[in-house]
Ligand binder design. Structure first.
Ligand SMILES: Nc1ncnc2c1ncn2[C@@H]1O[C@H](COP(=O)(O)OP(=O)(O)OP(=O)(O)O)[C@@H](O)[C@H]1O
Ligand SMILES: [Mg+2]
Length: 306
């Protein structure tokens, strides 16, 4: 076994012993050929009456309780809501880390609620890159090796792995730190490595769960800038969970969850803000051009160009 493979194995063991699931932090093997081809038309995600139930000490908890949502390719969507409102659960389902308990969730036309573990794994490997609040880097690996880990399960050769990982680090402005281990990097630099790791396999969607939660204000703005450029310049779909309203203000679309339901849906651009509450009531902030982006209450609002 090569050093990188050994270190990955050790990190998996350490994670397993810590009680965390390694699905959240380490790439999973991909079963070639089991993912459906990308559909040319239709939304990226469609959720109909999605429910996610957990059982906690004998009691049922509805982490998501009837979510209807459509997300188009290339959107930048912010998810907000108080603690426990279901944000991470929603991201977990969008990232094919789990299936809904009821309702349907399709991704590029493929119904994820009907896929088995190997099918979900294939979707994850091909479609989705994750970024987390706590970076989840392997402490004993360099920045370059951390990025390379995302390509190991995809069977990419060592030479190509290195080349792509270097390019991904360059994309996030971190070429000079490729040989440093996480302990030698600032929080913002570590998060850049994590973004490079999420992007190196060229996923369609980047899912970020409170990516700036551990960072100071200036670093937060840097990291949001990196994510924004991934969306604007590389056309990735970007879905970000945040508690930070200044991060939220930078996205064209915001969804607010409360107790597992979407209670508010906001569209904003330079022209103004349109907000629709779950009861269908609408608040449009002038100029009136903003109202042009609002579809009829009760139907999904169409995608707004970056
Ligand atoms: N594996 C689980 N088992 C039992 N309950 C769970 C599980 N995962 C989530 N929950 C519950 O589901 C609800 C939603 O959790 P979730 O983690 O999605 O919230 P969140 O909006 O991300 O909160 P936070 O802002 O604190 O991260 C919470 O009540 C949580 O306790
Ligand atoms: Mg959460």
């Amino acid at each position: 076994m090569k050093r990188l493979d050994i270190e990955i194995e050790e990190a998996r063991t350490a994670l397993a012993q810590s009680g965390l699931t390694d699905e959240w932090s380490l790439p999973q093997p991909v079963h070639a050929g089991s993912a459906a081809p990308r559909s040319a038309a239709g939304p990226l995600y469609r959720l109909d009456a999605v429910q996610k139930l957990f059982t906690r000490r004998g009691a049922r908890v509805a982490a998501l309780d009837g979510v209807d949502l459509t997300i188009e390719n290339g959107e930048f969507v912010i998810v907000m809501g108080s603690t426990g409102s279901g944000k991470s659960t929603l991201l977990m389902l969008l990232g094919a880390l789990d299936r809904p308990s009821a309702g349907t969730l399709s991704c590029e036309g493929q119904d994820l609620s009907r896929l088995g573990e190997s099918g979900l794994c294939a979707v994850r490997g091909r479609l989705v890159g994750f970024v987390f609040q706590s970076f989840n880097l392997i402490p004993t690996l360099t920045a370059l090796e951390n990025v390379e880990t995302a390509l190991v399960p995809l069977g990419v050769s060592a030479g190509e792995r290195r080349e792509r990982a270097l390019a991904a680090l360059a994309d996030v402005g971190l070429s000079q730190r490729a040989g440093h281990v996480p302990g030698e990097l600032s929080g913002g630099e570590q998060q850049r490595v994590a973004i490079a790791r999420a992007l190196v396999k060229d996923p369609h969607v980047l899912l970020a769960d409170e990516p700036t939660g551990n960072l100071d204000e200036k670093t937060r703005d840097d990291i949001v800038g990196v994510l924004e450029s991934v969306w604007r310049e590389r056309g990735k779909t970007l879905i970000v969970v945040t508690h930070d309203s200044s991060v939220a203000a930078r996205a064209p679309r915001l969804i607010r969850l409360h107790e597992g339901r979407v209670v508010e849906h906001v569209r904003q651009n330079g022209a103004g803000v349109v907000s629709r509450a779950a009861d269908g009531s609408v608040v449009a902030t002038p100029p009136a051009a903003a109202t042009a982006v609002l579809e009829e209450a009760g139907t999904p609002v169409g995608a707004m160009a970056p």
